[in-house]
Design a protein around this ligand. Structure first.
Ligand code: ZN
Ligand code: ZN
Length: 246
């Protein structure tokens, strides 16, 4: 299997090392049909895209789509989950300028409300250092993910299961219902083979993405492809795999 599009990449607008055009050029060199620029959500205190930059990014993406006929460039955002109630950090700018929205859990973000510092952020730090807390924390996190999927029209959940324990079966079932793609992200080791085997039966869709923060990592997804193959995920259910006759 080979990918035809990289749906998750970062640029200098968050903490990537390259510009949008450099990432697009690399994707063109590799023969990809499409690339999605998906920098970090605004509530990351250091890396988050500044709200006023979404317009700037949109203009750059539109310019590159005009300039190059051999690739499609899309703009998204990797929103942070910032609230126990499933809140993610998108505002009017993301809604107005992005082609679609992704969401994922990260360690560093400004919580939506003060209580979320305790109910979401701290609970996941504790679950990391105190394994006996994990089952209870996993249960709460899963509820957070389910609420998020009910509240937002998400295109994809990035690296589900990384940084934040979740009941992957419940999340996969809901994602399939809502037509939300679950990501296989080799940079973050989730979804892994064991998780993929457990959730294959729910019939949802997947994408295998690099999460590249530099040009030399664009489309670097070989291990993710190997995991999907090892778990027996049919390529028809992986949205960015090139079919034989393409
Ligand atoms: Zn991420
Ligand atoms: Zn990312």
């Amino acid at each position: 299997m080979k990918i035809k599009a990289d749906l998750h990449t970062h640029t200098v607008f968050s903490h990537g090392k390259n510009t949008i055009e450099e990432m697009v050029d690399r994707a063109r060199q590799l023969g990809l049909d499409a690339i999605v620029i998906s920098d970090h959500g605004r509530s990351h205190p250091l890396y988050g895209v500044k709200p006023e930059n979404f317009k700037v990014m949109r203009e750059e993406v539109d310019r590159l789509n005009q300039k190059y006929a051999d690739i499609q460039v899309y703009l998204s955002v990797e929103a942070n989950i910032t609230g126990d109630d499933g809140t993610i950090d998108i505002g009017d700018e993301e809604r107005q300028y992005c082609d679609w929205i992704y969401a994922g859990y990260h360690w560093v973000y400004i919580p939506h409300r003060i209580r979320d510092f305790f109910t979401l952020k701290l609970r996941n730090y504790f679950a990391k250092v105190l394994p006996f807390l994990r089952p209870a924390v996993q249960c709460r996190n899963t509820q957070t993910y389910l609420k998020m999927m009910d509240r937002y029209a998400l295109k994809m959940i990035t690296h589900p299961g990384d940084k934040c324990p979740i009941d992957i079966e419940k999340v996969a079932q809901k994602a399939a219902e809502k037509n939300i793609i679950l990501e296989i992200n080799p940079r973050h080791h989730h979804l892994n083979v064991e998780e993929l085997k457990r959730i294959a039966k729910y019939g949802g869709r997947f994408a295998i993405n690099s999460d590249a923060h530099t040009v030399n990592r664009v489309a670097d997804v070989d291990s993710g492809i190997a995991w999907a193959e090892a778990a027996g995920i049919p390529k028809e259910r992986i949205v960015n795999i090139r079919s034989e006759n393409q």
